[in-house]
Design a protein around this ligand. Structure first.
Ligand SMILES: [Zn+2]
Length: 89
């Protein structure tokens, strides 16, 4: 088996959730940690492999800033026992 190429282009999904992916960043103004859970907050029509600005808002002081993110999607051959125990039925 051979898998070639890299995923690219726009994900045709208005609300693209990434369950299990969490981001934490410090507010540049007051140092409060802002946490984002992408299982609850979504990316709208993200473009794979292309860096974009994600806007953050501090819950303590209201300051807004952005972080550079990139969505990468990989398709790979799975090892026989690669499935996490939590997903086995
Ligand atoms: Zn702040």
């Amino acid at each position: 088996m051979e898998i070639k190429g890299e995923a690219c282009g726009m994900v045709d999904e208005k609300r693209f959730y990434l369950r299990g992916v969490k981001l934490a960043d410090q507010c540049p103004k007051c140092s409060e940690t802002r946490k984002v859970d992408f299982g609850e907050e979504y990316l709208s029509y993200p473009v794979v492999g292309k860096p974009f600005d994600y806007f953050m808002c501090c819950e303590r002081c209201g300051h807004e800033w952005s972080v550079k993110l990139v969505l990468e999607i990989t398709l790979a051959r799975a090892a026989f026992n690669a499935m996490p125990a939590s997903e086995k039925s």
